[in-house]
Design a protein around this ligand. Structure first.
Ligand SMILES: Cc1cc2nc3c(=O)[nH]c(=O)nc-3n(C[C@H](O)[C@H](O)[C@H](O)COP(=O)(O)O)c2cc1C
Ligand SMILES: [Mn+2]
Length: 475
């Protein structure tokens, strides 16, 4: 059965040993961040903080909801130990069967309604996550909801929100994101305000869709319904023309005025560095806040992998796989390694023609899911793209250090990459590279080096004998 809210999901994670209740009082000022950071880095259970300093009993915080494949599998009601490729295939299968949300009259998110001068975002335990952050961040695991009024396209994304004061927050959405595009093209350039809703603490399928690499024009709520096999129940906002999931823990409604900017950041980033400086960013003026009784503030403390950016690891790999298959390329797997801050995509292919790696790299860079990937590795189909050891072996043995490494310069990049120069970050132009680790298909097979391994070097009967001997000796 799909989870109807965050609370049901946390209860299931607790049963599976994937979440832990922290009963000791914790401070929103760095302590919550440190405990969560440790959990992300060590792959510890998701912490569910019960008592927050300075806040009333019942106001809780919950982090790392989807930061492992295991938790994602549980979120989709799949066996927790499903393999990464099977998880991708199931995601793609369900995504092909979208289910539109349904509008309901009311819901738990309306248990408390504050509008106008009653709005006070400091009512909630907003964390200072990293020492050096430019402020407390209220949006680090949430849905930022917006609409393209020309087409009706609803977009959910996860774009960070720094708290400025009791009724304004910032937003950082890259120009390559769907929010960034609609904000710039449909609002700012037309000098129009843009309505926004932020839903914090939602059911896991919806939360997944905010951070997943879902193509342009596709409404994330429809995909969330598909992933759940049941529509998401939505309620109308109080002050803006948008809908939010009825079971959201906290809802923030507001609008962005054209060209209004306020200093924002910095913040620890998903690359494991703090690269971007404090910069002027758009501001959301909050018109209303609604919340459940005893709300749960969901959060991430991004940095060295792995936090909820693992949602992007899984979905980007899946989306690229689908995109490459749609072009008729015999791709057998597509992996984004979670330990690489999603900077590496590995594609396994049965090469249909010489230099297919060049086509693969450019198709990935031309897609929403793969656009910002600085490193692409293409391997033959006998390599498991999820197996870092196998891929590194292929890289150092099959990729020619001259011909096999192909750089593209003067290309759009995301500004967070720590290796970029300050100037490159400013203009968001830099370089990307692909590594062709496939044998040339045009080569005479007899000229290709033969691999030396147990599975490939010995006749089956000798292998069987060796295995039997090892079994006898307990291995
Ligand atoms: C924890 C977390 C924080 C994120 N923060 C941001 C952010 O501040 N700005 C941004 O542009 N993308 C951020 N992302 C990535 C976007 O959520 C992701 O690119 C998503 O696909 C955007 O939705 P869209 O494709 O509909 O634009 C974050 C992702 C996660 C998991
Ligand atoms: Mn989108």
């Amino acid at each position: 059965m799909p989870f109807d809210d965050l609370r049901e999901y946390i209860a299931r994670l607790e049963e599976e040993g994937e979440a832990v209740r922290i009963e000791d009082e914790v401070n929103w000022n760095l302590e919550v961040g440190a405990i969560l950071r440790r959990a992300h880095e060590q792959r510890l259970p998701a912490p569910f903080f019960q008592k927050i300093k300075d806040y009333p009993a019942g106001y809780r915080m919950f982090g790392a909801a989807l930061s492992t494949y295991r938790r994602q599998a549980i979120a989709f009601d799949l066996p927790a130990d499903i393999s990464a490729p099977d998880l991708q295939e199931e995601y793609l299968r369900r995504k092909r069967q979208p289910v539109k949300p349904v509008l309901v009259k009311g819901g738990p998110c309306k248990e408390n309604i504050h509008t106008g001068s009653e709005v006070d975002l400091l009512e909630f335990p907003v964390p200072l996550l990293h020492d050096g952050d430019g402020g407390r961040f209220i949006g680090t695991a949430h849905l930022t909801i917006s609409r393209d009024k020309d087409t009706g396209w609803i977009n959910w994304g996860m774009y960070r929100h720094m708290l400025h004061d009791r009724n304004t927050v910032g937003i950082v959405a890259g120009p390559w994101t769907h929010f960034g595009m609609v904000h710039q093209q449909k609002h700012e350039l037309k000098n129009k305000p843009m309505e926004v809703a932020i839903a914090i603490g939602v059911d896991p399928a919806s939360s997944f869709c905010a951070a997943a690499a879902i193509p342009r024009g596709v409404s994330e709520p429809d995909v969330a319904g598909g992933l759940r096999g049941k529509p998401v129940e939505m309620v109308k906002c109080e002050t803006v023309d948008l809908e939010v999931p009825a079971t959201s823990e906290i809802v923030i409604e507001g609008e962005i005025l054209p060209y209004e900017l306020k200093e924002e950041g910095p913040m620890g980033e998903f690359t494991g560095y703090m690269v971007a400086h404090r910069r002027p960013k758009p501001v959301i003026h909050v018109k209303a806040v609604t919340h459940r009784d005893n709300p749960i503030m969901s959060l991430n403390c991004v940095g060295i992998p792995a936090d909820d950016n693992v949602v992007a690891s899984m979905s980007r790999g899946a989306e690229c796989l689908e995109e490459l298959r749609a072009r008729g390329l015999p791709v057998t797997g597509c992996a984004v390694w979670i330990d690489t801050s999603n900077f590496v995509i590995v594609v396994a292919v049965k090469s249909p023609f010489p230099r297919v790696a060049d086509d693969i790299a450019h198709i990935i860079w031309g897609s929403r899911a793969g656009h910002s990937t600085p490193y692409i590795i293409v391997v033959d189909d006998d390599v498991d793209p999820f197996n870092m050891t196998q891929v590194m072996h292929a890289l150092v043995t099959k990729c020619h250090p001259g011909r096999g490494i192909v750089k593209v310069e003067n290309t759009p990049v995301i500004p967070f990459a720590p290796f970029l120069s300050p100037q490159e970050r400013d203009i968001q132009v830099g370089a990307k590279v692909y590594f062709d680790c496939t044998w040339p298909v045009e080569a005479d097979p007899k000229t290709l080096p033969k691999r030396v391994s147990f599975a490939e070097t010995y006749p089956p009967e000798v292998q069987e004998k060796a295995l039997a001997l090892w079994r006898k000796y307990g291995h």
